[in-house]
Write a protein that binds this ligand. Structure first.
Ligand SMILES: *Cc1c(COP(=O)(O)O)cnc(C)c1O
Length: 395
């Protein structure tokens, strides 16, 4: 039997995609829409000073979270813009040093697509494969570096499979070769320890909406010393953010971003433990299902992330069966009429069928044990019903 549609909305288990705003974050933002609405760039009156003070405080909180100084933080509209600024900005600024970049197959499209764009302009990009568990091969990375390599971009935590890359080792390697190291830490900030000095990170992309902050705000950390990173701005205008990103700063979003980071950091260790327990509880039950496979490294991953593939079921039917009970995403992107398997799962060596029949569970701050147990029951029931309705013989 297919599970019946419950009276309430589906359980939200797609926290790697986005998260609701935490009440504490919203409360912090509120006055900056109405009372303290000034332009932080207005230097001639109190309205501007109030907004500027809030922006400065936000900068300090973010800087404290990643171990840099406040001046190293450039606010952007999110991680997509931060990645574009980092990758295209470095490529343009270091044209005379070289035109070679290195990244990995499992990056977010907000890294891969700027790299493809640079290829169309004549840059060379090495896109390294990953191992079956999703981790980078450091030896392969070392071999890929050349005298004309200007940037290595490797994400901190993968958005589909949660796999955590060894940032400190990658950073040390890059610095030994005098190559800049950029990391997309959209999924990592507030969830795992990050330190740009210890990890030798030169550029880091951040976003607020994956950690219970507002959408439409993010930041790029840009190293100013040892070495000083040169960056060509991608938005020209009033010269805000050290000339690297023009546009009036969005004070309420910055305040919310900072509050979200503050809350996440203050609860990080206890929350990581709670999410890991929920994740392990989910997998302990689901792994009893015959021919179900975990995608990505079993432990070197984000606390709340579980990604699995199910053999012998149709991916679309699996997602449809789960939809009334739980909001999750699958390892396929439906672009118009065409289905494409996840580039992350195929990079792990998964067949297209197993990549289609995959489910990403992103457990978050507001999920409970009872919800996880309902998700287990629904998943088991859905898979059993699909397998008995259409027995597929697979090898
Ligand atoms: C969500 C996400 C992005 C995009 O961030 P936006 O702030 O939505 O632009 C980029 N990279 C990774 C790894 C992400 O998870």
């Amino acid at each position: 039997m297919m599970p019946q549609r419950p009276p309430q909305r589906p359980i939200y288990l797609d926290n790697n995609s986005t998260t609701p705003i935490d009440r504490r974050v919203l409360d912090a933002m509120w006055p900056y829409f109405t009372e303290h609405f000034g332009n932080p760039a207005s230097v001639s009156h109190q309205y501007g000073w109030e907004a500027e003070a809030a922006v400065q405080q936000g900068r300090e909180i973010l800087a404290g979270a990643i171990g840099c100084s406040p001046e190293d933080i450039i606010f952007t509209s999110g991680a997509t813009e931060a990645n574009n600024l980092a990758i295209k900005g470095v490529a343009e600024a270091y044209l005379n040093k070289g035109r070679h970049l290195v990244t990995i197959q499992t990056e977010h499209s907000a890294v891969l697509d700027p790299c493809h764009y640079l290829q169309s302009l004549g840059f060379e990009v090495t896109v390294l494969p990953v191992q079956a568990d999703g981790l980078i091969d450091l030896k392969q990375l070392a071999q890929s570096l050349r005298p004309d390599t200007i940037l290595v971009s490797v994400m901190a935590a993968n958005n589909e499979i949660g796999v955590l890359q060894p940032l400190a080792e990658i950073g040390a390697l890059c610095h030994a070769h005098q190559v800049l190291f950029h990391t997309d830490a959209a999924q990592a900030i507030g969830k795992i320890p990050l330190n740009v000095e210890e990890m030798h990170i030169d550029l880091m992309s951040l976003t607020a909406h994956k950690i219970y902050g507002p959408k439409g705000i993010g930041a790029l950390y840009v190293r100013r010393r040892n070495p000083r990173v040169q960056l060509a701005p991608q938005l020209h205008g009033g010269g805000h953010e050290r000339g690297l990103r023009s546009g009036t700063l969005y004070t309420p979003q910055i305040v919310g971003f900072a509050k979200a980071v503050e809350v996440a950091l203050s609860e990080r260790e206890s929350e990581a433990q709670r999410l890991t327990e929920l994740r392990d509880r989910l997998w302990k039950s689901l792994s009893q299902i015959p021919e179900i496979y975990l995608n990505g490294h079993p432990t070197q991953r984000l606390p709340g992330n579980l990604n699995f593939s199910v053999a012998g079921v149709d991916g679309q039917a699996l997602l449809l069966g789960l939809q009334p009970v739980v909001a999750v995403s699958s390892g396929s992107a439906c672009t118009s009429a065409k289905m494409t398997p996840s580039h992350v799962l195929t990079a792990l060596g998964r067949s297209p069928a197993l990549a289609y029949a995959s489910i990403r569970c992103g457990i978050g701050r507001f999920n409970t044990v009872a919800e996880i147990d309902r998700v287990v029951a629904a998943t088991i029931a859905t898979i059993q019903s699909l397998r008995s309705a259409h027995p597929i013989h697979h090898s």
